[in-house]
Design a protein around this ligand. Structure first.
Ligand code: PLP
Length: 388
């Protein structure tokens, strides 16, 4: 097991990205500069593409872009769709909405399938919605970070394909934290970012494309320049990127992928599931209600209803100011009403325990009585059995 806990950062990042960086990644980031069109870059791109293929469960190409995760979403949409095409966006939170906003911005006729925040999309509802019109694509965030919900993406993909639509998936906050089986689930285009489970700073984004999906991009006419995946794919086959890439981040990506390989991908997934189970159990032991429905809870981020009378903005500030632990509040309509704990990347029991102690202190200070020891016992038990 890699020893990335040698030193816990302060503030400890328990937000759903950016995440804490393991030592090897920090070291790689501080290496000497190098030529972006030389053999070293070609070798790094080969190594990274292979590692990303494993994480994305695909034999297809994975394009590395210099941007935040939203760039990967824009690239995925504009490289595969045309203005005027009808697309269905699964919207149960901020990031499902963002997919729809991007497609609309580039001229798609976007219909939203509204899902109650905290719930996962019902594939039967999706099938019904897809019967109403001829859709070119379904857009869905696998892991809806704003609500802590995972949508049943394999069933979403089945429904989309049965209706003749392609499926474009946001895996920004879960790639590397749970299985993403692009080929097996027939996900056509999968987008991700560097600053979540991949344990890197923000700045790289990834788009995996299933081999069968590329032909769709030949007829796609949405405007694009920097985020043209066809162009990026041609360069990748020559061991390059079309424009100057973030060389130090790509060197660090290779280190992060080595780090994941050393722990073992399945072990990494098990650890994420165990930390999620631990956090969920501790919240329940504290008398709090989880925001996401049972059976659809994310392995990388847990959303919790703030107790009656406590504004989650204040709770988040209390933890940051008094305990050096950073968690997140709610976004949009959920501001003040929920808080979110990210448990992705390097996070192990030690960080979860520090967070739970801080949270118990914060909740008690703001008026919600709970017992830190009971929360810790519940977390340890659930984490060791891996059950939520
Ligand atoms: N999609 C999801 C599910 C996310 O969680 C995020 C960021 O939190 C994004 C997209 C946007 O990524 P970025 O802020 O890197 O552009």
């Amino acid at each position: 097991m890699p020893d990335d806990q040698a030193e816990q950062p302060d503030p400890l990042l328990m937000i759903p990205g950016p995440t804490n960086l393991p030592c090897e990644v920090r070291e790689a980031l501080s290496g000497p500069g190098f030529y972006h069109r030389g053999e070293r870059m070609a070798e790094l791109l080969r190594r990274c593409t292979d590692g990303l293929r494993q994480l994305m469960g695909t034999r297809g190409d994975v394009i590395t872009l210099t941007s935040s995760g939203t760039g990967a979403l824009e690239a995925a949409i504009t490289s595969f769709l045309s203005p005027g095409e009808r697309v269905l966006a699964v919207e149960g939170g901020k990031f499902g909405e963002r997919l729809g906003e991007i497609a609309r911005c580039f001229g798609a006729d976007v219909q939203a399938l509204a899902v109650e925040p905290g719930r996962a999309v019902d594939p039967e509802d999706l099938r019904r919605a897809l019967r109403d019109a001829d859709y070119a694509a379904v857009l869905c965030a696998f892991n809806e970070t704003s609500t802590g919900v995972m949508h049943p993406i394999a069933s979403v993909s089945d429904a989309a394909h049965d209706a003749g639509a392609m499926v474009i998936v946001d895996t920004v906050s879960c790639l590397g934290g749970c299985p993403v089986l692009t080929d097996e689930w027939a996900l056509d285009v999968v987008a991700a970012g560097s600053q979540k489970c991949l344990m890197l700073p923000p700045g790289l984004a990834f788009v995996g494309v299933r081999d069968d999906a590329w032909q769709r991009s030949e007829s796609a006419t949405m405007p694009r320049y920097y985020f043209d995946l066809q162009k990026a794919r041609e360069s990748l086959h020559r061991g390059q990127t079309p424009y100057t890439p973030a060389t130090s981040l790509i060197a660090a990506l290779a280190a992060a992928l080595d780090h994941i390989e050393a722990e073992g991908l399945q072990n990494v997934f098990r650890r994420h599931a165990a930390m999620a189970a631990g956090v969920c159990a501790a919240m329940q032991a504290a008398g709090l209600k989880l925001f996401a429905q049972e059976g659809a809870r994310s392995p990388t981020v847990t959303a919790v209803r703030s107790p009656e009378g406590i504004d989650s903005v204040e709770l988040v500030a209390w933890l940051r100011e008094n305990r050096g632990v950073l968690i997140s509040g709610g976004q949009g309509d959920l501001k003040g009403r929920i808080f979110r704990i990210g448990h992705m990347g390097t996070v192990r029991l030690a960080e979860v325990e520090r967070t739970l102690r801080a949270l118990a202190d914060g909740l008690n200070a703001l008026g919600h009585t709970c017992d830190a020891d009971e929360m810790l016992v519940a977390a340890r038990e659930a984490a060791s059995s891996g059950e939520g």
